[in-house]
Ligand binder design. Sequence first.
Ligand code: FES
Ligand code: FES
Length: 166
Amino acid sequence: MAKKTLVEANINGEVVEFLCEPRQSLLECLRDVLELTGSKEGCLTGDCGACSVLVDGRAVCSCLMLGVEAQGKNIRTVEGLADGTTLHPLQQKFLEHASLQCGICTPGFLMSATALLERNSNPTEAEVRYALAGNLCRCTGYDKIVRAVLDAAGSIRSGVKTSRAA
Ligand code: FES
Ligand code: FES
């Protein structure tokens, strides 16, 4: 077995240490070592976006990044979006617009949309579609997802932050 490396990263606002084999992807480390299973495994080739997380604020396919590359980075996963029982506006709007069916793609869409709205809180529809172009959904089509992101952007701009998770 390959020698494991100790990695320290800030994950969802908390400094954590974990042991990682040199060949392990960040996705594997998140899911199998840290038990953060919100990031989903789809293609493992960078094509579906189901594994998207934020690394220092940028949406990244965690299946294409090595776990050891997380050293010293700020990582955000879908588990870090809600504030306790209060959903993030994107999560709330995905629910309201019925923007998910099986849900496999949803964490990746949420994280790509988060990256977009944190750099541009007033995107055009074209900008939303461009930002989400790396995320594939087999169930919903994309219109409901795009509508949810535009609606969430409006909520964020008007300071509406809260809705209670069930
Ligand atoms: S699982 Fe990473 S892009 Fe599909
Ligand atoms: S909701 Fe099933 S793949 Fe998108």
